[in-house]
Design a binder for this molecule. Structure first.
Ligand SMILES: Nc1ncnc2c1ncn2[C@@H]1O[C@H](COP(=O)(O)OP(=O)(O)O)[C@@H](O)[C@H]1O
Ligand SMILES: [Mg+2]
Length: 448
């Protein structure tokens, strides 16, 4: 179901790294058997070294894949950590070299021996694996402890990025995965809004060109604000964007995050963003209005404190290097000082009759037997629901029909609409169903 990552899989182009490791493994095995490495081997090693140097150069394959450069020893560690994952033969070889090891991963002691590091180089190796060093800060590797006999493994996102495989990892703290696979042609929105969503995608897709090649200013984000009533497709649109990127969508309830942990909020957000950093994911923050308590409405000291914190939260979101989508049901109350901070503000309107017809067409189960009277245009004209309401009603009608062992007819739809309208908790009458009122099963009316 997952589309490939936008990056071209780079495993193939890293082949020289694996061939060098193969050769180093062979040299080490011979060395351990007391056979000296001769001139021929050393010159072969030089050739292989020159090949990997090209991959590690600023314009090389590694930097293209990662988006940033590393030092030589860091690339060596990375190659050793990734080798068993990307080239199984290296996993077997590493395991054979580590007597009794129950896993294929290289340990620090193996890397030291494989690369024949002297004391000073071994110290560099140790330092490069410390928590504050680039490999760890960038969350590229997992190292259990400062223990030379513990395996060093690559983080799943790194493997996913290099192979183009989908990433299957637990959600970042405070977020839940939205596993909705949605495509552009399923999204029913006015063309202007669809155009804005595609432009938002350009901020991610074309960043290498604009920032990398053209020297454009590097800003965080991109951050979009989706504003509109509940059920108008904000989450659905966020899923379309995530799916178009081949990334996953994670949702965070900001209202809960902000109210639940007043003082700790910042720390919670930091944890979330640390885990999200560099990962192929789209973050959706629901109830973003928690961030926008309108300025000038500060009544109490506590509110002022909350406002300061809230503006800090927004700064933190903006600083995150990755797509964020904030959603809110309230458009009117938004202060333009806030909306100006986003790369894009998209309003999600309630669907008009034509859009509702389109939504009925898409949301009635595609292979369900339909009574010919079930005409999407007629349904679109009958009741002014949002897409979310239509989705619920269409499914409920389908269950009613399936329960009766027949196709979906207008009475099922009228029945389902009645239930959907009743959810809003207000008094409802048959005429709320408009043209469908005549099809409402009598017993539903008698019930009340
Ligand atoms: N504009 C739309 N286009 C297509 N489907 C929609 C649209 N709006 C709502 N839906 C349907 O209703 C469901 C609920 O909408 P959702 O995206 O959760 O709304 P929101 O996030 O705005 O509250 C979606 O999963 C989708 O099936
Ligand atoms: Mg939503």
């Amino acid at each position: 179901m997952n589309a490939p990552l936008p990056n071209i899989p780079l495993v193939a182009s890293l082949d020289a790294e694996w061939r060098r490791l193969d050769f180093l493994v062979w040299c080490l095995s011979r060395n351990r058997q007391g056979e000296a490495v001769g001139e021929a081997e050393i010159s072969r090693l030089r050739e292989l070294q020159a090949e990997v140097d090209a991959l590690r150069a600023p314009e090389g394959a590694w930097e293209a894949a990662l988006g940033f450069g590393l030092t030589h020893i860091e690339y060596d560690i990375l190659a050793c950590a990734l080798g068993p994952e990307l080239e199984p033969r290296l996993g077997w070889a590493f395991q054979n070299l580590q007597a009794g090891a129950a896993q294929p991963w290289a340990t620090r002691s193996l890397i030291q021996e494989l690369l024949a590091l002297d004391a000073a180089q071994s110290e560099q190796l140790r330092r490069a694996l410390e928590p504050g060093a680039a490999l760890r800060r960038r969350r590229m590797l997992r190292v259990d402890q400062d223990d030379p006999y513990r395996p060093i493994t690559p983080e799943p996102w790194l493997v996913a990025r290099l192979t183009g495989r989908p990433l299957d990892v637990p959600p970042p703290p405070g977020a839940v995965a939205v596993d909705l696979v949605a495509a552009w042609d399923e999204l029913v929105l006015p063309p202007s809004r669809l155009a804005m969503l595609r432009e938002f995608l350009l901020w991610i897709d074309q960043r290498d060109t604009v920032v990398g090649q053209w020297g454009g200013q590097k800003v965080g984000g991109p951050v979009a604000l989706f504003a509109g009533p509940s059920g108008t497709g904000k989450t659905f649109a966020a899923s379309v964007i995530a799916h178009a990127l081949g990334w996953r969508l994670y949702r965070v309830d900001l209202g809960r995050l902000v109210s639940k942990y007043v003082g700790e909020t910042e720390e919670n957000l930091n944890r979330l963003f640390d885990a999200a950093h560099g990962q192929p994911m789209v973050l959706q923050f629901d109830e973003a209005d928690a961030l926008f308590s309108k300025r000038g409405e500060v009544k109490e000291a506590r509110d002022r404190y909350a406002n300061m914190e809230v503006s800090h939260l927004l700064t933190r979101i903006e600083a995150h290097d990755g797509p964020c989508i904030l959603t809110t049901n309230l458009r009117k109350q938004l202060d333009s000082a806030f909306t100006r901070r986003f790369q894009m503000v998209v309003e999600f309107p309630r669907p008009d009759a034509a859009s509702r017809a389109e939504l009925w067409r898409r949301l009635l189960p595609p292979r369900a037997p339909l009574d010919p009277a079930v005409d999407p245009v007629f349904l679109g004209n009958a009741v002014a629901l949002t897409g979310g309401g239509i989705r619920n009603a269409a499914l409920h009608a389908a269950y009613l029909a399936a329960g009766q062992g027949c196709g979906i007819g207008l009475p099922h739809i009228a029945h389902a609409l009645w239930r959907e309208l009743a959810k809003e908790g207000r008094e409802i009458a048959a005429q709320d169903l408009g043209l469908l009122a005549a099809h409402l099963p009598r017993e539903l009316l008698d019930d009340d």
